[in-house]
Design a protein around this ligand. Structure first.
Ligand SMILES: CC(=O)SCCNC(=O)CCNC(=O)[C@H](O)C(C)(C)COP(=O)(O)OP(=O)(O)OC[C@H]1O[C@@H](n2cnc3c(N)ncnc32)[C@H](O)[C@@H]1OP(=O)(O)O
Ligand SMILES: O=C([O-])CC(=O)C(=O)O
Length: 427
């Protein structure tokens, strides 16, 4: 019997606690418990690795991000989203033939079952698109019962392709339903992003035209979002998958985790924050003062990151792209000037400097999505479309790792010690 079990059996406080930074190095939690009787308390996993991984490398102090070894700015400049999806999932850049086959497989699966289309009209008009997306992804498993075995490589490949192919269709249909417009079938003569934009903004009676520069920039934004190692949603995908839940269920859980404003939902929250500042008497300086006073609910959204203690390399690329999109569309947006002013004030203020708070990937994306015509509540869906290959790659890596165990953190119990039931009449 281990110390831990003895403690429990005697009814004393069950666990001694070791701070994450002080625990003996090189021991997994199982062995840590066996050898020391101590468990690591690390709320928020600030210093606990949940896995080894070959997919994404981040050096948060140096502002470095690489997918499978390739620097993010090279991929953003030279690659395409489907190529990056292949790289993340299979570990190598595809040859021309491999990319063609992969893209062709995706093209062949963009359609949703007719019965599935009816699903969208069941939601209330004002349903948040992330809630619709998560439900719809979960529901995919009911249509594709032939590809749910997490240990059958061919089935996993089929589910991966289906997800990548159908997510844009689902996202577009969630939007169309919310504004009461008819759903368009995918047009598989178009590229991945153009097809998505057409299903989102096109009308059955009119030809759809979009500037290729807008397509390129949205494709690049998807690349920038495609993976970020063990973030909240990816860890959720892994945790759910660790119980051997199928890929659709695991990804649906990832969508839910992404929804929150501290994670992917920050892109929506940033735009709402900018609009509130713009429409109110609050100017940038007084808003920043309120943030620093930590008024309840007042944060500089789109700032701060658990891993980056230096500028998020993606934020720099997004900032530059914001200007390009506005120029391409011949638009201006006072919210961009406001965001730049907020950034300047924050980056010169001791509160943010001491805490190493910089703009993250979500700070500028909202201004771009707004200029492209997306409603604010659709922004996080765009993040999900980008993050999908990363979720899939991480889930597959975990399933193929012989060391994977069901994810099951321990706790430090701080409730009452044993006490005895008191009859209702005596309380
Ligand atoms: C895609 C992504 O998920 S990127 C992140 C998107 N989220 C956001 O933009 C929301 C705003 N940012 C945040 O809430 C946080 O910075 C997070 C969630 C991203 C990271 O959280 P953590 O790593 O747990 O950092 P934590 O919340 O402990 O912050 C450290 C300190 O900086 C402060 N801080 C962190 N972010 C912010 C912010 N955006 N505005 C004001 N203060 C902040 C905290 O209040 C804390 O101050 P303290 O030391 O005085 O208590
Ligand atoms: O890594 C994180 O904690 C958040 C995230 O997903 C990202 O920045 O893309």
């Amino acid at each position: 019997m281990s110390d831990f079990e003895l403690n429990h059996a005697s009814g004393r406080m069950p666990l001694e606690v070791t701070q994450a930074t002080e625990g003996p190095s090189g021991l997994g939690i199982g062995s840590l418990l066996k050898e020391t009787g101590h468990v690591t308390l690390d709320t928020g996993f600030t210093n606990t690795a949940s896995t080894t991984s070959e997919i994404t490398y981040i050096d948060g102090d140096a502002g470095i991000l690489r997918y499978r070894g390739y620097p993010i700015h090279e991929l953003a400049e030279k690659s395409s989203f489907l190529e990056v999806a292949y790289l993340l999932i299979y570990g190598e850049l595809p040859t021309a033939d491999e990319l063609w086959s992969f893209s062709d497989a995706v093209r062949n699966h963009t359609l949703l079952d007719e019965k599935f289309r009816a699903f969208f009209s069941a939601f209330p008009r004002r349903a948040h698109p992330m809630a619709v997306l998560s439900s719809a992804v979960s529901a995919l498993s009911t249509f594709y019962q032939d590809s749910l075995d997490p240990f059958d490589a061919e089935q996993v490949d089929r589910s991966s392709i289906r997800l990548i192919a159908k997510l844009p269709t689902i996202a577009a249909y969630a939007y169309k339903t919310s504004i009461g417009q008819p759903l368009l079938y995918p047009d598989n003569s178009l590229g991945y992003v153009e097809n998505f934009l057409r299903m989102t903004f096109g009308l059955p009676t009119q030809p759809y035209e979009v500037d290729p520069e807008i397509v390129r920039i949205l494709d690049m934004l998807f690349i920038l979002h495609a993976d970020h190692e063990q973030n909240c949603s990816t860890s959720t995908v892994r945790l759910v998958g660790s119980s051997h839940a199928n890929l659709f269920s695991s990804i649906s859980a990832g969508v839910d985790a992404l929804f929150g404003p501290l994670h992917g939902g920050a892109n929506q929250a940033v735009l709402e924050m900018l609009e509130r500042i713009h429409e109110s008497d609050d100017n940038v300086d007084s808003f920043v003062e309120r943030v620093k006073k930590k008024e309840p609910g007042v944060k500089l959204m789109g700032f701060g990151h658990r891993v980056y203690r230096n500028y998020d390399p993606r934020a720099a690329v997004v900032k530059q792209a914001t200007r390009q999109v506005l120029d391409t569309l011949g638009k201006s947006d006072p919210l961009l000037d406001l965001a730049m002013r907020l950034e300047e004030v924050a980056l010169n203020d001791d509160y943010f400097i001491e805490r190493k708070l910089y703009p993250n990937v979500d700070f500028y994306t909202g201004v771009i999505y707004k200029a492209m015509g997306f409603p604010t509540n659709a922004f996080t869906v765009l993040f999900a479309l980008g993050r999908l290959p990363g979720w899939i790659a991480q889930w597959r890596e975990m399933m193929n790792d012989p060391n994977t165990k069901i994810g099951r953190p321990r706790q430090v119990y701080v409730g009452p010690s044993e006490r005895h039931y008191v009859d209702l009449g005596s309380r």
